[in-house]
Design a protein around this ligand. Sequence first.
Ligand code: FPP
Length: 242
Amino acid sequence: MKLKPAQSEVAPGHGGVAAHGARHVAIIMDGNGRWAKKRHMPRVFGHQRGVEAVRRTVRAAREMGLEALTLYAFSTENWRRPEDEIGALMSLLKRFIVDDLDEFAANNVRLKIIGDHSAFAPDVVELIDKALARTRDNDGTTLAIALNYGAQDEIARAAAKAAARGPVTVESIAAELDTADMPPLDLLIRTSGEVRLSNFLLWQAAYAEMCFLDVLWPDFTPDHLAQALADFAQRERRFGGR
Ligand code: FPP
């Protein structure tokens, strides 16, 4: 039996699922460093161009009717990177929020963070918290940015909360995940040609479709997203059934 959601052209915020059938797409944005290296530029240059790819992808996700887009921006393991690269990523994140918040607000985008951003510097935390508060009631596309995020950490935190409330079940853990208020994950995309999940959305990926693209993140365009969604629309999802 094919388990495709009902199809319509209605955009999110209006109660429908777009024609490609996907509600929630997540992306492992990989390859910034290699993109810069190919140009004999510092890694930070790749991250800067990576932010441009983030910007056009968020716009495209909205226009393509996705209810949710989750982007892996900073993992629990990324603290192992050199201090100057971490500092540059934080600066880019801050500038992205400052520059794009009005656009989110104007376009009914709800910003969400998965992971524990409270570990970041106080000015970053304050900026993020204000952006979360400003967009909290938007019901168009949810843009979830994974910050200081690791799926194993997320599952451990969720299991502990579930245990404190009562019996630990699949449902009680799922209800405590950082993504609990988001639609189920439909499609997980990774750029750069690497084929692994790198501790991203391990629980949510249980029945997600996977798309590994041989394109470095700064080169990712709305056409890549459209193609991934077109491929997704062709896939037969069985969810373990027949
Ligand atoms: C992976 O490339 C990318 C990251 C670890 C960070 C992703 C960050 C951005 C796209 C910019 C900031 C994000 C936002 C939301 C403003 P890599 O450095 O591991 O590349 P490599 O594998 O080629 O070295």
